[in-house]
Design a protein around this ligand. Structure first.
Ligand SMILES: NC(=O)c1ccc[n+]([C@@H]2O[C@H](COP(=O)([O-])OP(=O)(O)OC[C@H]3O[C@@H](n4cnc5c(N)ncnc54)[C@H](O)[C@@H]3O)[C@@H](O)[C@H]2O)c1
Length: 324
């Protein structure tokens, strides 16, 4: 199975997966409407412009490239916006995905890899979140991702469409080449915001809450390098195909770092003492979110290779020389 349609492949995570697929001998084809993605992120690979909601265009692309499997990254990703504009999120992240899945079934394409998220779990009730942790999202963004996971279970039962749902924790870092990296507008993720403060592109970094029940009072998160995620996608695709069964994995390092620790590491790596402003907590931010990656380790042989220092260093390399 070599011809993979990468929907949302012009975005941050998708473009890293495309690069790795190509390096491993696959033929990725990117399908993206460029609403948030960047054509420059798609290098030496065919980019088919199109929207997830456009069945005719999808059918045309499936046939033209003899697509055998789909990796799906396209979604709106801002939690705060999803609370203010849920309709936009349910349309793009659920209805349009249903459209893509229907189109896959019509064209007899039965392998699907889905970008899910730690946000499907909501408030953690165990210190580390494994695949058996209850899924109770606390915002529309998390709801949309859990709905697609449920749709995928039903599509397996009814149509035999096999899927992998990968629940990423905090995707971060950039490819070592410096050619591709994280570029969201607006940027809401901590590491790029911190590094933009270091680069003088922002006056300061705002930290929401330093009175959480954590060792230094700031929130603790699990950061996983985008190329480690990319490797997990390919391992999971191959396992799904080989065993012809649907799979679910939580992808994180299993180690938590506080916002204050991350900022200190960023100051050490960049050598810049940027300004930090502490503000009140934001609603809906759990104190600690850390993955239990034991299942991915045991079943995929996947262990993250990049530690937090390497994550920050690669993100800094990208931030200093970014092309888009
Ligand atoms: N970045 C993270 O930390 C993180 C964590 C957990 C889950 N995820 C999930 O991973 C996926 C990728 O995230 P990202 O950070 O790369 O986002 P991104 O915004 O960089 O990439 C998404 C891509 O999808 C495209 N797209 C969006 N809607 C589309 C549509 N209707 N038709 C065609 N293309 C469309 C955009 O143009 C963009 O290129 C998302 O599904 C997100 O929910 C991301």
């Amino acid at each position: 199975m070599k011809n993979i349609l990468v929907v949302g492949g012009a975005g941050y995570i998708g473009s890293h997966v495309v690069k790795m697929l190509k390096a491993q001998g696959y033929n990725p084809v990117v399908y993206d409407n460029l609403s948030k993605g960047h054509p420059q992120a798609v290098q030496d690979v065919i980019l088919e412009e199109g929207d997830l909601g456009d069945k005719t265009r999808l059918a045309e692309v499936f046939q033209k490239h003899h697509i055998e499997a789909v990796m799906h990254f396209a979604a709106f990703i801002e939690v705060g916006e999803s609370v203010k504009e849920p309709s936009k999120y349910y349309h793009n992240n659920v209805s349009s995905v249903l459209n893509l899945l229907d189109c896959m079934v019509e064209h007899q394409i039965f392998y699907f890899v889905f970008s899910s998220t730690a946000a499907t779990f909501g408030e953690p009730i165990h210190p580390k979140i494994s695949e058996t942790h209850p899924q109770n999202p606390i915002n529309p963004y998390g709801n949309t991702k859990l709905m697609v996971e449920k749709i995928l279970e039903d599509f397996d039962h009814a149509y035999g469409l096999k899927s992998v749902a990968l629940r990423y924790f905090n995707a971060s870092g950039a490819d070592e080449s410096g050619q591709i990296g994280e570029s969201h507008t607006p940027e809401t993720h901590l590491i790029p915001l911190v590094l933009q403060a270091a680069a003088g592109k922002r006056e300061s970094i705002k930290v929401f809450g330093n009175d959480y029940p954590t060792p230094d009072g700031t929130c603790v998160r699990d950061y996983v390098h985008v190329n480690d995620l990319a490797r997990a996608h390919i391992l999971a695709l191959e396992k799904m195909e080989k065993e012809n069964k649907s799979l679910r994995y939580n992808l994180g390092s299993g180690s938590g770092f506080s916002v204050a620790e991350l900022i200190n590491q960023a100051k050490a790596i960049t050598g810049i003492d940027f300004k930090v402003e502490y503000q009140a907590r934001r609603a809906g931010d759990p104190a600690v979110l850390v993955a239990d990656p034991a299942k991915a380790q045991a079943e995929l042989g996947w262990t993250p290779q990049y530690d937090l220092k390497q994550i920050i260093a690669t993100a800094w390399n990208w931030e200093k020389n970014r092309r888009f």
